[in-house]
Design a protein around this ligand. Sequence first.
Ligand code: NAG
Ligand code: NAG
Ligand code: NAG
Ligand code: NAG
Ligand code: NAG
Length: 459
Amino acid sequence: MAGACSLGLPLVLLLAVARASSPGTVVRLNKAALDYVSDMGKAPLQRALQVTVSDFLDPSGEVLQSTSVQILDVHLPHLHLEFIAGLGVRLSAASNFTVKVFCVPEPMELVLPVTLVANVHVARDSIGTPVLSILACSSIFSPARMLEGRNSTSQELLDLVQEHMKADLSNKLCLHVSGLVQDLNVHLGTLIGLSPVGPESQIRYSMASEPTITSNYISLDVRAMLFLLGKPILLPLHGAHPFVLPWPSGNEGAMATVGLSQHLFDCVLLMLQKAGSLDLDITGQLNSKTNPLDTSTLGQLIPEVAHQFPEPRPVVLKVQLGATPMATLHTNNSTLKLQPFVEVFAASPNSALHFLFSLDAIVNLSLQLSVSKAKLRGTTSVLGEVQLSVATSNVGSIDMDQAYTLISTVFQKPLLEHLNALLGMGIALPSVLNLHYVRSEVSVCEGYVVISSGLAYQR
Ligand SMILES: *[C@@H]1O[C@H](CO)[C@@H](O)[C@H](O)[C@H]1NC(C)=O
Ligand SMILES: *[C@@H]1O[C@H](CO)[C@@H](O)[C@H](O)[C@H]1NC(C)=O
Ligand SMILES: *[C@@H]1O[C@H](CO)[C@@H](O)[C@H](O)[C@H]1NC(C)=O
Ligand SMILES: *[C@@H]1O[C@H](CO)[C@@H](O)[C@H](O)[C@H]1NC(C)=O
Ligand SMILES: *[C@@H]1O[C@H](CO)[C@@H](O)[C@H](O)[C@H]1NC(C)=O
């Protein structure tokens, strides 16, 4: 699917492709995530509700008396959030406002119970970020009461103050909640930030369509775009299967379930290959225990090498991945197939390289995936035997049966170390600023990977 990995196409074509194919990644937030947001959101909401109250004009006296009113404290023990299918999230919060009225001769303190209810619409904006908006908001005021141990003012005054509070606060409270939601939108906008994958490559996620919201979860189709030297990577169209993450998937109790399609893996591997990140040079040193490959050891197996290099010279292997590595995802088993092209050179005293021969290699690797912070990391180990066959030779015929052990030993370890260092750096998962994945479990399914994870907001 070109849509997932491209930006460079004309917009019309891009839209057509995107509609016909999958976004590659699904991020599903479950009820546990909403509970976490409730916990995190309680204190900011409590602060936002501590608004300034207009002066109270007491009409009971002979002249209008202007009296200042102050909210001393907002007690909000619990913020309740629940999904509204097809719409977003319902917020409800019961609170007690402690209010001081500076009336003469003595000020009075009262407690005003206020319940706030708001429906928050969750949508996708034009640039592919999630955007929240308040659809309906109301504050419900229950009868105020004087604080205990204080002398009661007249019920009439209490009623008047309460009317004043109601008129003054009902819009203000919703406006402040709306302000809080705007701040949250700025934060959610960081979803589309570019994250580095390697020195020259980056990944960017954005929402591909409107979210799906049920009473159990909200699900976002997130498109990954990969860039190499600032240009989007284009994937050939084949292999474009619409990606649907079944429900339930992974651990239902986890806050987030993230599904990564085969296609995303293909894109990432293509990018790493195009960036040359997978290529490496393996340089032998004379008399080295770790890399015994030099022209004299090679000369014992290939007579022409001994003939051309009577004095031992170091041997250099240039390993390049001409073909894109292939990841295969089967239940409980992910593998990676590399087809490196290996050129073997002898280094002369002036460092010039003399081409000896080249090999086509096939390496099957098992791939273990893990998540730390907001990155998917991989570790590989070789499955079975590395397959080596001679591609071209400058040193006559080569008996691979003879040379195999030497070359595969010299070649395998540095390749694995290189690959594991690269995959260990990890690739950023969809997230927003300061939001980390914690206690993540990765499971490999048929054609996709599921991450079940907790989330933690850490500044
Ligand atoms: C408000 O105060 C009353 C009386 O103390 C109490 O019963 C009620 O639970 C409080 N409500 C909240 C939301 O704190
Ligand atoms: C309450 O009012 C009574 C009489 O009006 C007065 O004697 C008493 O001191 C007052 N108590 C307080 C706590 O203000
Ligand atoms: C995959 O692994 C899980 C957990 O170890 C196990 O419960 C499940 O049966 C395995 N599935 C297959 C098809 O091997
Ligand atoms: C995973 O699949 C590969 C290739 O199909 C196979 O060689 C390997 O034994 C499998 N590993 C496990 C743990 O099933
Ligand atoms: C790699 O794995 C594939 C599929 O399991 C198998 O057909 C092939 O023989 C393996 N190649 C090597 C070099 O192990």
